[in-house]
Ligand binder design. Structure first.
Ligand code: ADP
Ligand code: MG
Length: 291
């Protein structure tokens, strides 16, 4: 028994922001877990050569990931399907395409393939690679690197939806504005040069790592609301110790059901993420209806 309608295909969500440290990878992990807890079959794709999402799954990018287990074979053109790169994870219901530093080479390989073969569409490698598995998952989540790289462009072009984690502080807000202008430049370039037009079923801006002690964040929050309007999800992820220690021993809020530091802190973080999953799940169902 599956949640998506008959004939429906996986909704692919890219987690993106060209800034590092804004909670992209944490968001990708929590979404994967939270959606799978509600019965969705999830494929998580780590498209960041730093392999942080892979690490959160307990797999060490430098020593435990082969090139075959990443998107590298797609990038090199050794395969046209992502299937052979997929591995199961400790988390039931979530499969993973891992990442390692081997993916740094994608930034040279993709443009050089394009140079050798003008027909080669450098932005479409992940999208085409997913085609083979889109009817086997409900949701595909792609964690992206903090840059407008060839791999990031691929992730966005493969995605039906975009989630942009954004802490409400001035510098992160400023770089998010840059994110949108770079991305729309890129999109209009592809439209002009290749006849591609890219739209998303939904774009959510997620206020993440919100520090309640930071008085400046109220001001920035109002800038964000004015700029992104209804794209901003009506929930904030607090900055909590329970989340920051997730990469170490505790796991995410979905791996643990209590936090030794403070039960209240744990409940606050857990409730916020549950609410995000509610909202994202509603958007996913809506996308299925419009498929
Ligand atoms: P990105 O992928 O954007 O670089 P990460 O998800 O890796 O961001 O988060 C960067 C750091 O911030 C990590 O150490 C992570 O554990 C921490 N972090 C993320 N979200 C929160 C939060 N809500 N509260 C506290 N720390 C957080
Ligand atoms: Mg990351």
């Amino acid at each position: 028994e599956h949640l998506r309608p008959d004939g429906g295909r996986a909704i692919t969500i890219a987690i993106g922001n060209f800034k590092g440290g804004v909670s992209k990878t944490t968001t990708a992990m929590v979404l994967a877990q939270g959606l799978s807890l509600r019965g969705h079959r999830v494929l998580a794709i780590d498209a960041d050569p730093q392999g942080s999402l892979t690490t959160l799954f307990g797999i060490m990018p430098d020593t435990e990931v082969t090139e075959q287990q990443t998107i590298a074979p797609l990038v090199y053109g050794d395969t046209t399907s992502i299937r052979s790169s997929i591995q199961p994870t400790y988390w039931d219901g979530v499969d993973l395409v891992a990442a390692s530093s081997t993916l740094f080479s994608a930034e040279f390989v993709l443009p050089s393939r394009q140079m050798k073969d003008p027909e080669f569409q450098f932005w479409d490698v992940i999208n085409l690679g997913l085609e083979d598995v889109r009817d086997e998952y409900d949701v595909i989540i792609i964690d992206t690197p903090p840059s407008l790289s060839y791999v990031t462009i691929n992730a966005f072009m493969a995605a039906d939806a975009l989630i942009v984690p954004l802490p409400p502080n001035a510098l992160d807000f400023a770089s998010s504005a840059q994110f949108w202008s770079l991305f729309s430049d890129l999109a209009s370039n592809l439209v002009e040069n290749a006849g591609i037009s890219k739209t998303f079923d939904f774009i959510h801006v997620l206020l993440a790592r919100v520090d309640s002690a930071d008085v400046a964040s109220d001001v920035v929050r109002s800038w964000i609301a004015a700029t992104y309007a209804e794209k901003v999800l009506p929930v904030e992820i607090p900055k909590t110790a329970v989340t920051s220690s997730s990469s170490a021993e505790f796991g995410t809020v979905y791996d643990i059901n209590r936090y030794e530091g403070s039960a209240k802190t744990y409940a606050r973080a857990r409730d916020a993420y549950d609410r995000v999953i509610d909202l994202v799940e509603a958007s996913i169902r809506n996308s299925w209806l419009n498929q």
